[in-house]
Design a protein around this ligand. Sequence first.
Ligand SMILES: CC(C)=CCC/C(C)=C/CC/C(C)=C/COP(=O)(O)O
Length: 286
Amino acid sequence: MPSPKAKNPVRSGGSPVLGSSNGRYEFMSLTKPLNRSSPSHLLQRQGSEPTTARLRASESPTRRRGSSSSTGSASGQGLSEEDGIRLNPSFVRVALSSLLAIDLWMSKRLGVCACEDSSWGSVRPLMKLIEISGHGIPWLAGTAYCLYKSDSAAGQEVMLNLLMGLLLDLVLVAIVKAVVRRRRPAHNRMDMFATFSVDRYSFPSGHATRAAMCGRFLLAHLVLAAPLRVLVLLWASLVGLSRVMLGRHNVTDVMFGFWMGYCQYNLVEMLWLSPQTLQGLLGQLA
Ligand SMILES: CC(C)=CCC/C(C)=C/CC/C(C)=C/COP(=O)(O)O
């Protein structure tokens, strides 16, 4: 495998399957036998990795006693099954680091409306309009207005549950953002309208969770005509795409956001407030 270039972010994590030689990192095969000429410090480097060290400590006494032969096997005859198990966590780390690097690279390439001077800077106002269409304030205000105006019990029930879903979404997204604390992309200009303090973090995209949850909600309860259903799907997709194009989010923030919003709708269905439940709640309050 070719060695990654110096600026490759995959390397910066100091992944244990990357050997270091003269300051350069090389990928090492997890399955092929190690070459005899492999510098011994490559193996030492793996051993110094905490996960590997922990696994070593749990090796059986038999294996520890025969450690000289096992080293011989690792350096000459090929890796045993146990060695494979020991290296697997490192493989997962490299896979995750690579995914992260691809995510950052794609997000930067797609952030074509991040500012007016960007390659698609002229589309930025349209993207910001789409951003507002997925913002929490218009959705909360619109739902509250429809709830107030609705004169049928069924309409009120649907609007009340949408309101509950929107509030639930705000809380859940704030919790995940506060726990994960992933910074927004460096090319983002923080000129978003009405944000909370957790909105300085980017994972997950609150607009994507809302678009997915409200999209599913609209399709299930309000929008029945086929052309309108297509429009709802198109709107939700555009909201997600605009987050990356505006440079607000990385691709994974939006993808996870869509998944989270999709699941949130299941939660809304589970917690569905029926008129009876509502009457009970209101009775308790009165
Ligand atoms: C009544 C009430 C609590 C309203 C708050 C609505 C509000 C300020 C929501 C924040 C929406 C927002 C800017 C989310 C960030 O979305 P990302 O896609 O950038 O994560």
